[in-house]
Design a binder for this molecule. Structure first.
Ligand SMILES: [Zn+2]
Length: 268
């Protein structure tokens, strides 16, 4: 496969990177809603990051997946989007990527309310393994080509890796020095409790109810909304949008406004 050959070629270079053709890259960014509004400069920085992401990690096909170069490119594009303002070091825990054609079965242990542990088999669209493997369902990535869909399995799993960068996946990633930790904790906790109360009362939640599972899933699901449907996140809780904008160093709402303004100007 082309990327694997290029990885071998650049493997001994101090900063290994796969050269991604700019035209191919721009076309890919245009058809993916969370990338479509990036500026030319951001698209170029994303291309550089993705080239380094691809060069540093083997991709493995599982369950009969036909893993094409185009599929690897799309995964890399979505994987580096959350670190566009942070840098690739935030993804250094990821050592390999496994791609299934569809949702895959995972065996795990679950404790019931009586404290009894059961063996459970679940279907998953993605997993972030603690020893550094990112596992993904290609069907779920392709579903993300629909701009109305809130879910982005790649961004979700990358958010778990970022969250765990300080040793624990608990919805509290290593914040920047100028961020107020107390305010982050209070705001996230209040919104998490509000979502759970809404579900307990059988009311329609404003965001995917999976976010109510625990604080780690809350952070991962909110990260999906932040990049894909920032208006809906701002509507759910503008304080959380601002915390995530400060943390990720990106402002997707402003991106949408800028593109809308350009479109309006062209219509006049
Ligand atoms: Zn998750």
């Amino acid at each position: 496969m082309l990327w694997q050959a290029l990885r071998r070629l650049f493997g001994r270079h101090p900063v290994p990177s796969v050269e991604i053709p700019p035209d191919t890259w721009s076309a890919l960014c245009r058809e993916q809603s969370e990338l479509a509004d990036l500026t030319d400069d951001e698209v170029e920085r994303l291309r550089q990051l993705a080239g380094r992401f691809l060069a540093g990690r083997p991709f493995y096909a599982a369950g009969g997946m036909a893993l094409t170069d185009a599929a690897q490119l799309r995964i890399a594009a979505l994987a580096v989007l959350p670190v566009l303002g942070l840098g690739l070091d935030w993804l250094k825990a990821i050592r390999s990527v496994i791609v299934y054609p569809d949702a895959f079965e995972v065996d795990h242990e679950e404790m019931d309310e009586a404290g009894v542990v059961h063996e459970v088999r679940d279907l998953r669209a993605g997993e972030a393994w603690s020893h550094g493997t990112l596992v993904l369902s290609w069907a779920d990535i392709e579903a993300g080509l629909d701009p109305e869909v809130a879910t982005s399995v790649v961004v979700h799993e990358i958010a778990h890796f970022i969250d765990g960068a300080n040793g624990a996946e608990n919805g509290f990633p290593p914040l920047h020095k100028d961020q107020d930790r107390r305010r982050w904790t209070e705001d996230f906790q209040a919104a998490f409790e509000r979502l759970n109360s809404c579900l307990d009362a059988d009311r329609e939640p404003a965001i995917d109810p999976y976010a109510a599972t625990n604080p780690a899933e809350f952070f991962a699901v909110l990260s999906e909304y932040f990049f894909r449907l920032p208006e809906e996140l701002a509507h759910f809780d503008i304080r959380l949008y601002r915390h995530l904008a400060a943390f990720y160093g990106q402002d997707p709402l402003r991106r949408h406004d800028r593109v809308a303004a350009v479109k309006t100007a062209l219509d006049v």
